[in-house]
Design a protein around this ligand. Structure first.
Ligand SMILES: [Zn+2]
Length: 331
């Protein structure tokens, strides 16, 4: 029955996550009701065993991204069918009310073995909201050696060793695997990352988890082993303007793991790619996707997959819209 279903633009339900550093602001961004307590993350597209995104509407409502990858491999993934064991990207919104732990993800150096079953994790952020005190740390200041870093973790001066940015809405920040990073003090970001769940914490600002009454575990030696102490592309990204009309099309990230463009404007424009899947994330405004005889209303905070079989569509903004379009890694 399901196998005869024709794929259509697919919206996914967010999965909220308690985090001790979280806040309440994701409820302004996302329509789905939010549980009580500090919520730090909304996983808006996730193909993890413990958290599987489900289709929100239509004939395929309730199907997980995992099930779709199996049942609809060709029409969903097109030229990338069979290339990935699971959907290769994990997409989230983060509300960092307090500082996140200073952390690093494995994947650097590329020759170093990863934990069994895991892949490297390069990630990137697009800032949605920021306050006066907000802070993003992306990489080490120059001259920080492994010994200096280890000592600064011990004596609680790690923050002084980090290269920090005062973020503002619209900023794009790239965090390749091996980058020491953190963010917080009332910053909301969209996060794109490789589908990996391995994080090594270097420092946690003395936070105590109210759920356990204890500080969270650190993994200092594991973290130090995968830090890139050399040259790096980490930090603020200068967008590349690819076109100005009918929509401003800026390329924000272009790496081995993903490509991401920001499309801003209020006139109709094209989204999607022939024979390839694309992901759309609406960060501001609203509009609709036109596909065949149908239209699909897209609201702020929503995440959609345009399956390969859907291909290129028109997007009709209802007012000024800011849409992120994401391409999967080429294989
Ligand atoms: Zn991270």
């Amino acid at each position: 029955m399901v196998a005869q279903t024709i794929l259509y633009p697919l919206r996914f339900e967010p999965i909220y996550q308690y985090r001790l550093w979280g806040g309440r602001r994701l409820s302004d961004l996302l329509r789905a009701p939010m549980p009580n307590g500090p919520i730090g993350e909304a996983w808006v597209l996730s193909d993890r065993d413990d958290y599987a995104s489900k289709v929100a509407d239509g004939d395929l409502k309730g199907q997980t991204i995992r099930q779709l990858m199996v049942t609809f491999s060709e029409p969903l993934m097109g030229n990338l069918a069979g290339c990935f064991r699971r959907f290769p990207l994990l997409l989230k919104f983060l509300d960092a009310h307090r500082m996140l732990s200073v952390q690093v993800h494995p994947g650097y150096p590329p020759s170093r073995p990863l934990p069994a079953g895991e892949v490297a994790k390069t990630e990137a952020w697009v800032v949605v909201e920021a306050g006066k005190e907000s802070r993003i740390d992306a990489g080490l200041r120059s001259g920080v050696t492994p010994d200096i870093l280890r000592q600064s973790v011990k004596d609680g001066t790690l923050a002084d060793r980090l290269s920090s940015i005062t973020p503002k809405p619209g900023d794009a920040v790239f965090i390749p695997a091996g980058t020491v990073h953190a963010l917080g003090k009332d910053v909301v970001v969209f996060e794109i990352q490789q589908n990996s769940d391995t994080t090594f914490r270097l420092y946690d600002w003395g936070h105590v988890d109210v759920k356990t009454g204890k500080p969270r575990a650190l993994q200092v030696e594991e973290a130090l082993a995968c830090v890139n102490f050399g040259e790096s592309a980490a930090g603020l990204v200068q967008p590349v303007i690819e076109s100005a009309a009918p929509v401003a099309r800026e390329r924000l990230f272009d790496c081995e793991a993903f490509r991401l463009w920001r499309l801003s404007g209020n006139l109709p424009f094209r989204v999607g790619a022939a024979d390839l899947p694309r992901v759309l994330v609406c960060v501001e405004g609203a509009g609709k996707i036109e596909h065949g005889a149908a239209t699909y209303a897209v609201g702020k905070g929503e995440v959609w997959i345009l399956p390969a079989a859907v291909g290129i569509c028109d997007f009709l903004p209802s007012d000024a819209v800011s849409l992120l379009e994401i391409a999967l890694p080429a294989r």
